[in-house]
Design a protein around this ligand. Structure first.
Ligand code: FES
Length: 387
């Protein structure tokens, strides 16, 4: 999850009690806790008491203890963040991310790419985006070893539920595009440790641009690296999924998608969109994904937003988000992920029927009129916001 979006004012995000925004604890999260706990103990990393707790504002103060380049093109660095006193850090699940508070005030989300059983440090990887909005450049130029950093989290908007350990699926297919390997690596390691029938493809333009090729190779023959320059250009969705052109490959073939498969995918929006399209008629596949950037608005209808504090009105076309329209009028509006999981853009609707499109707000928050304006919309002609 490369954090690529500017934030001027960060509110502290809250972890959802449920993967789906419900008020009570989700049984899937409870199962994940059990599986992770067993994984940590069997990995020989049973935790001692932690002395590292959140500060009053919910953040954790850590330092960069290790930094290394993890792509041949030098454009991806991996940082290890740890407590200054070496105390074990809070537990996390594969798919989890950190909110990294950068010195400039920017807030960025980065997936944890290390081993959940290793509680001595959090590992993240950041690709330099030269024409981005400055977040990755700031990470690359300022976060050297021994630099203090502040984080929130870990939180999980891409929870991994392994087949046979909470998921009814019989096998697992992991798909990573470029830097999208970061949340996928811990999933692969855990699937392997749990004895799950899994396979993986890591794809990109060329090997020089791919991070963590050594780690992927070390996973063995279930993990395949596939680059555009060594093949015939971009992979098809079927190739990514392990489907043959004529249908599912034979059962038992490593890499084959078959009946009852859980697919976890992290990559650029076009890759995710192609896979979703290929799976449109498959009811036997669980699909979970995380995109690098905000998806295009779908099923949108135009409406008017009234900014209650100034009385100004702005139009939200069918293909734009409320956030992007609001930013035209209020450029200091806080935002970060633009995908409906970090809560940074939360605003209160004073009137108008909200079409909630996030998966993190609780029923109580929605009752209070709160909404995430980066994804949620209005089914009425007019939405009045407390902005
Ligand atoms: S910007 Fe992250 S939820 Fe809206």
């Amino acid at each position: 999850m490369p954090g690529r979006h500017a934030v001027r004012r960060a509110r502290r995000p809250q972890a959802p009690p449920s993967l789906h925004g419900r008020a009570r604890v989700d049984p899937v999260l409870r199962t994940l806790d059990t599986v992770i706990g067993a994984y940590i103990w069997t990995s020989g990393s049973a935790p001692r008491a932690s002395h590292t707790g959140p500060q009053d504002d919910g953040t954790l103060a850590l330092i960069v203890t290790h930094r290394r380049v993890v792509a041949h093109d030098q454009n991806v660095v991996e940082l290890t963040l740890a407590a200054a006193d070496g105390a074990p850090l809070p537990v996390w699940h594969p798919g989890a991310h950190l909110d990294l508070h950068l010195p400039s005030g920017r807030l960025r989300q980065y997936s944890l790419c290390g081993d959940p059983a290793d509680r001595s440090g959090y590992r993240i990887a950041v690709r330099l985006i030269p024409d981005g909005d400055g977040g990755s450049l700031e990470v690359h130029t300022t976060l050297t070893e021994n630099t203090p950093v502040t984080i929130s989290g870990p939180r999980n908007a891409f929870a991994f539920v392994a087949p046979g350990h909470g998921s009814p699926a019989g096998r697992l297919r992991l798909i990573a595009g470029g830097i999208g390997i970061t949340p996928i690596l811990p999933m692969a390691r855990m699937a392997d440790a749990l004895g799950v029938d899994w396979s993986m493809i890591h794809t990109g333009r060329c090997r020089d641009a791919l991070p963590f090729t050594a780690e992927v190779t070390a996973l063995g023959p279930r993990a395949r690296i596939r680059t555009d320059d060594e093949n015939d250009g971009l992979p098809t969705p079927e190739e990514l999924l392990g489907l043959s052109a004529t249908g599912p490959a034979e059962r038992g073939t490593p890499g084959a998608l078959n009946v009852s498969t859980a697919v976890y995918c992290c990559g650029p929006p076009p890759m995710v969109a192609g896979i979703l399209d290929a799976l449109r008629t498959r009811t036997d596949v669980e699909f979970h994904c995380e995109r690098f950037s905000a998806p295009a608005v779908s099923d949108g209808a135009p409406f008017t937003v009234e900014l209650a504090r100034s009385g100004r009105t702005i139009e939200v076309p069918a293909d734009r988000t409320v956030l992007s329209a609001v930013l035209d009028a209020l450029p200091d509006t806080a935002y970060s992920c633009r995908q409906g999981y970090c809560r940074t853009c939360k605003a209160t609707a004073l009137s108008g029927n909200v079409d909630h499109r996030d998966s993190v707000l609780t029923a109580a928050e929605r009752e209070r009129g709160e909404m995430l304006i980066c994804v949620s919309r209005c089914t009425d002609d007019r939405l009045r916001l407390d902005l």
